[in-house]
Ligand binder design. Sequence first.
Ligand code: PRP
Length: 184
Amino acid sequence: MDATDMGDSLQDVLVTAEQMDQRLDELAAQIDGDYAGREVLLVGVLRGAVMVMADLSRKLHTPLQMDWMAVSSYGSGTKSSGVVRILKDLDQDVTDRHVLIVEDIIDSGLTLSWLRANLLSRGAASVEIATALRKPKAVKVAVDVKYVGFEIPDEFVVGYGLDYDEQYRHLPFIGTLAPHVYEN
Ligand code: PRP
């Protein structure tokens, strides 16, 4: 899928596929340096993190394993409440493991804040966070995010794993939707 397939549904391109690829190269180099001599457990948060997990993991030289969680935030509409329900738990035990949570976007930061505390309470040796995108609100939440791809404005974004009504996840870049798409 590319921009031409979106017709007038696409408003702007915020991050091109090339920009994302280059930024993930930088983050991977940083992660390799930080985890030298240690094995890392990458935990992808379904479903949005599929693309960044696939791309980031293939750039890493650090020995790693991958696992997945699916969580759902209780709340109304698009707003997170901070109360999180586990829809699919990890298959692996995280005790004494160095966990790196991989996310597509941090919006309110509430999901990540809960998830980090949850994994630490299970005895993980360390829990860090890598996210492709972060919105401004998340900066205010007291959750330390070590690896951030791009800081983006508080707009409705799709692509690179992010959906609107389950559409556009396979768009290779990050775009904003034209308001007429979601205002109907
Ligand atoms: C998105 C994203 C994060 C969460 C961030 O997932 O992948 O998990 O929202 O929001 P927060 O910072 O406000 O807590 P979403 O619930 O849209 O599910 P999806 O990944 O399946 O699209």
